[in-house]
Design a protein around this ligand. Sequence first.
Ligand SMILES: CC(C)(COP(=O)(O)OP(=O)(O)OC[C@H]1O[C@@H](n2cnc3c(N)ncnc32)[C@H](O)[C@@H]1OP(=O)(O)O)[C@@H](O)C(=O)NCCC(=O)NCCS
Length: 158
Amino acid sequence: MSDPAFIDQIMAVMEAAFDPAWGEAWNRRQLTDALMLPNTFAVLISESGEELTDYSSQVAAGFVLSRNAPGEEELLLIAVRPEFRRRGLAEKLVDALKAQAGARGAEKIFLEMRQNNPAQTLYRKLGFQPIGRRQDYYLFADGSRMDAITFCLMNKNV
Ligand SMILES: CC(C)(COP(=O)(O)OP(=O)(O)OC[C@H]1O[C@@H](n2cnc3c(N)ncnc32)[C@H](O)[C@@H]1OP(=O)(O)O)[C@@H](O)C(=O)NCCC(=O)NCCS
């Protein structure tokens, strides 16, 4: 999906949600290039928890971006605007991802995150299991490094 209004909505959440200290937000070019690929998908959610259908008039409070491969899905990014956090929106986004990825045949959902990201609590609550650790995987601008943890969820929505 390369509709500019769709990209605008995701970028607005991206810029509001990610702490620049970690350099994890994607730029517009990265996002647009990714969404040109037929196996990359985004779900957008409103403040009230409904999936966005009209990208020009509704405002996104959060999004989840994922990539499909045969039998599996990778959660690439999930974000919710700071003012709408801790209301269950990320849980709803993961539920929508599970349903949509299931319809694409994804029996497993993988993700990778830096080890100190508080989102880990969310993933564990939703049933993701840690399956691996990549030592010193992330390199930051100050030269420091941090491990990545890989999580996997068995998707029952297939
Ligand atoms: C991670 C993020 C998407 C969570 O969004 P959210 O809408 O606030 O999450 P939810 O309200 O659905 O949280 C559900 C549960 O997950 C856990 N949780 C979510 N955020 C948490 C946090 N910052 N610290 C600890 N637990 C957290 C809690 O158990 C929470 O339930 P509770 O509020 O009843 O305690 C949001 O904080 C965010 O956008 N962070 C910046 C981007 C980011 O780092 N994304 C992850 C890597 S791509």
